[in-house]
Design a protein around this ligand. Structure first.
Ligand code: ZN
Length: 347
């Protein structure tokens, strides 16, 4: 007989803290006892969107393997692991061509995507979550559960930086000082950028920027923000500009800061209509987008975190126990865009 566990489940566009069956596992899966899970923008979107009843929230998580669906994975039992929350079909054109992050038939933990019709959809804001065994990365004691739970959003930062053609000795700009923005900034510094400017949209991220060190903060909470940005960066502009916010205003800042051979890399998508002029792309300026990191980005992020080359702690805003989920989600919603430091749920 299957047991019962506590979980945060979406019902009628709200979260419910309730009992659900403990998940069963397949032969390529392990059961993870979840210890920490970050709140992501995807969780907020899923709660707001129609038709997500039965989805257990949460995809950015860490836990301990307690059961294996296959003798092959039994040595993982007892290991603390960070988890890659999506899996791919391994058959589509992108999977076959080493672009698994673009898979057309993705399965995503913490959402309905790829699971067909079910009563409950796998998610990590729960005591247990079933996970593909080869998507669990063992952790060393150097990282706390809360820090390691930031692997996925921080890996997006690394993936974005890897999109840039040239970093070493170049001037760079990051718009937004949230989890992804400050991950990008750390990777830019690590890869030898000449200067790393970080636009703090709300003017409230000073402490985090200071703790990371070596970054040049631009406070954009003032009315003449565009002028302040231009004066800081100078006329020649930045070789790489990263927009982690994606509004008309931030896109304009990005274009204005872009060097003649610069590339703009965005880490968000939305349905906003942006007022582009073709001259924004004059010279050899370009724009590209990335929202899902590759497996290697995740692995490398974890190794860099363990080595202390990048830091997760300054990006964590608060930690709440699962039963205080209402306060945790309220806290997340109160943070203005651009100050979306991580809220972590402890389980
Ligand atoms: Zn695929």
């Amino acid at each position: 007989m299957r047991g019962i566990m506590k979980a945060l489940i979406i019902k009628n566009n709200k979260l419910e803290y309730t009992d659900v069956p403990t998940p069963s596992i397949g032969s390529n899966e392990v059961l993870v006892k979840v210890s920490a899970c970050g709140i992501s923008d995807k969780d907020i979107d899923n709660i707001r969107a129609a038709g997500n009843d039965g989805v257990i929230a949460g995809s950015e998580f860490v836990g301990t393997v307690v059961k294996s669906g296959n003798p092959k994975y039994e040595d993982m039992i007892g290991r603390r692991v960070a988890v890659i929350s999506y899996n791919t079909c391994k058959g589509c054109e992108y999977c076959r061509n080493n672009h698994v992050n673009l898979c057309e038939n993705i399965k995503q933990i913490g959402s309905r995507t790829g699971w067909g019709k079910r009563e409950f959809y796998p998610g990590a804001m729960a005591q247990f979550c079933q996970v593909w065994a080869d998507h669990c990365y063992p952790l060393s004691d150097k990282l706390s559960d809360e820090e390691a739970a930031l692997m996925e959003p921080m890996a997006l930062g690394l993936a974005a930086v890897r999109k840039a053609a040239s970093i070493t000795a170049e001037d760079t700009l990051v718009i937004g000082a949230g989890t992804v923005g400050l991950s990008i900034a750390q990777h830019l510094k690590l890869q030898g950028a000449r200067r790393v400017f970080v636009i703090d949209i709300t003017g409230k991220c000073k402490d985090a920027i200071k703790q990371l060190g070596g970054l040049i903060a631009i406070d954009a909470s003032q009315s003449n923000a565009a002028e302040i940005i231009r004066n800081n960066i100078g006329e020649s502009g930045c070789r790489s500009v990263f927009d982690t916010i994606g509004t008309c205003e931030t896109q304009n800042w990005a274009h204005n800061a872009l060097a003649i051979k610069g590339e703009m890399i965005t880490t968000v998508t939305n349905t906003d209509t942006l007022p582009y002029k073709l001259m924004y792309f004059s010279g050899e300026r370009s724009v590209t987008n990335i929202i899902t990191p590759q497996y290697k980005d995740m692995y490398d992020t974890l190794r860099l975190l363990e080595a202390g080359k990048i830091m997760a702690k300054p990006l964590i805003e608060a930690v709440y126990p699962m039963e205080d989920y209402k306060e945790a989600f309220q806290h997340k919603l109160q943070m203005a865009a651009g100050n979306d430091a991580k809220i972590v749920i402890k389980i």
